[in-house]
Design a protein around this ligand. Structure first.
Ligand SMILES: NC(=O)c1ccc[n+]([C@@H]2O[C@H](COP(=O)([O-])OP(=O)(O)OC[C@H]3O[C@@H](n4cnc5c(N)ncnc54)[C@H](O)[C@@H]3O)[C@@H](O)[C@H]2O)c1
Length: 326
């Protein structure tokens, strides 16, 4: 690569072909949380465009000096895209050389986003789920739900996965695909969110993010010792359910509070701590088998660049992608 003269372009297919493992992505994400915990990062809150109800296009810039990467994800989330046969999440990730500022790569961010979001939940489960967590609930069986489960299965010795989606066809497809990838797990299709949540040790909600949600999950559905992982913000969790949990961690308190100012998280509690503080040992994690804990990870740009730089380096080694002149 002629730095400053060329960029590496990686399509969705190229990024997938690099095949960064979930283990390695969890390592990258964990390292990024530690860097954040030590304050060695830059990540201004995401500016956004809001073009349709419940849709967004966000700019997500970040810099991790120790990882030697800077970059920007320009990502959209459109819940209605399913009508056009398009993914909910779309966008591009640009990586820059922090020494010179020159762009190094432009890559499709669909795979990266799903992979790092799964990895963040996996790392959260590694630190906050009960060690004997065996039953997971997956609500909203779309793109993110696949990588969520892949990471959770690495973090904990899961045995049973209860799956719910408002569209039963999505559940069938999900179970078919995930059963082939994780044959040791027992998959159960359930008919309601309540059936999925009750008696589960880990609860992932991955439906659409709604600004005015009518969330179903009640505190009384939550088993003692549960870890809740709402990647769809507060769209699925009643304020009383979130308030009633013992600890409420976030991935970044500034971004969490910023979202409140633009209308989300109206009834959500104040954060107990963020994951960077937890991973650098500055706050306690789970202190009893009975604690109900929520890990509200809203998605951080440092996770995208930490994952993206590994994909870029591996793509160069493997000769994947297209070099384009600047
Ligand atoms: N926190 C993060 O870092 C992060 C990152 C990426 C995506 N997300 C969010 O994750 C969510 C899922 O994204 P995706 O790419 O998997 O989308 P997707 O469209 O592939 O999947 C969403 C699934 O939810 C189902 N669904 C819709 N309404 C539902 C309901 N009321 N109950 C149960 N299921 C329902 C849909 O049928 C679909 O199968 C979105 O809200 C997205 O914004 C969060």
């Amino acid at each position: 690569m002629q730095k400053g003269k060329e960029i590496l372009y990686l399509s969705f297919t190229d990024v997938k072909a690099v095949n960064l493992s979930m283990e390695e992505t969890m390592e990258a994400v964990e390292q990024a949380f530690v860097e954040k915990g030590h304050g060695r990062f830059q990540m201004p809150p995401k500016p956004g465009l809001y073009t349709r109800d419940d849709a967004f296009i966000h700019a997500m810039p970040a810099y991790l000096p120790e990882v030697k990467v800077a970059g920007l994800k320009w990502v959209s989330g459109y819940p209605e895209n399913v009508r056009y046969g398009l993914p909910y999440i779309n966008g591009l990730l640009i990586l820059n050389c922090p020494e010179t500022g020159v762009p190094l790569a432009v890559m499709d961010c669909v795979w990266v986003t799903a992979q790092r979001t799964g990895a963040v939940s996996g790392v959260t489960a590694k630190y906050l789920a009960r060690k004997d967590s065996a039953v997971a609930a997956i609500i909203g069986c779309g793109v993110q739900a696949r990588t969520q489960l892949a990471a959770l299965a690495l973090a904990r010795g899961l045995k049973v996965v209860k799956c719910y989606d408002i569209n039963p066809r999505q559940v069938d497809l999900y179970i078919q695909e995930m059963q082939a990838k994780l044959p040791h797990l027992e998959f159960v299709a359930v008919g309601s969110a309540q059936e999925a949540v009750v008696d589960s040790d880990i609860v992932v909600t991955a439906g659409p993010i709604l600004k005015e949600p009518n969330p179903p999950i009640e505190l009384s559905w939550l088993k003692e010792g549960v870890l809740g992982l709402p990647i769809d913000f507060d769209s699925y969790w009643k304020p009383e359910a979130m308030q009633g949990c013992d600890k409420f961690y976030v991935d970044d308190e500034n971004q969490f509070e910023y979202y409140r100012t633009v209308g989300y998280f109206k009834g959500a509690p104040k954060a107990f701590a963020d994951m960077g503080q937890l991973l650098t040992g500055r706050v306690p994690g789970r202190e009893s088998e009975k604690e109900r804990i929520i890990g509200m990870n809203l998605g951080l740009a440092i996770m995208d660049i930490a994952t993206g730089i590994r994909i870029y380096r591996r793509a160069l080694e493997k000769g994947i992608g297209t070099k384009l002149p600047l």
